[in-house]
Design a protein around this ligand. Structure first.
Ligand SMILES: [Zn+2]
Length: 189
């Protein structure tokens, strides 16, 4: 999509009071989407420093599925994906994790992202450990999946916190060991 295309999408969405997220991997796509006025970026894998800075300045959040490259590599080797695909996955996985580290240090709002359906749904919690391994404080990782995500969606009064008046939380943590390497997360609903 061109920047004009994205601007048109944003204009229509805003007219209806909707948030807009852009599915982007490249730096150019990320920059175009931010300048077009989106609220968040999915993946944000290959952003340059200047684009991360621009996101911070414009208040654009990132939803980064930082674990998923490991899953793709594991499944890809089991199922015989072409080597070129696996190499590219290895490259983009590490590149995205580096962007995640930079974005966290700079103070970009980070929303917990699973890229749902790439992983089995009961592995949704596996992002947490990579987030912490790559520099995020454990409580910030939990907030990214609860109160921070709720606030981003304009739902802070309803979900994302355990408070009187909020709906019962849909996240139920059984055992998440953020400070150890294995297993990352035993279970999460
Ligand atoms: Zn995606």
């Amino acid at each position: 999509m061109t920047r004009a295309d994205i601007e048109a999408v944003v204009a229509v969405a805003k007219a209806y009071g909707k948030k807009v997220t852009a599915h982007v991997h490249s730096d150019q796509s990320g920059r175009d989407a931010i300048l077009a006025g989106v609220d968040s970026l999915e993946h944000a894998s290959l952003l340059e420093d200047s684009t991360i800075d621009l996101a911070l300045k414009r208040g654009v959040a990132f939803s980064m599925d930082v674990y998923n490259g490991t899953y793709t590599d594991t499944i890809g080797r089991q199922q015989g994906y072409p080597e070129i695909f696996l190499q590219r996955n290895t490259y983009t996985t590490e590149a995205q994790r580096i962007v995640f580290e930079k974005a966290y240090k700079k103070g970009v709002t980070l929303l917990y992202g699973t890229d749902a359906a790439v992983l089995p749904h009961d592995m949704g919690a596996w992002q947490f450990a990579i987030m912490v391994e790559r520099g995020m404080a454990p409580m910030d990782a939990i907030r990214s999946a609860t109160s921070v995500a709720a606030a981003h969606m304009g739902l802070a009064d309803e979900v994302g916190a355990i408070l009187p008046g909020t709906r019962p939380t849909s996240l139920r943590f059984k055992a998440i060991r953020l400070r150890t390497s294995q297993p990352y997360a035993e279970s999460i609903w």
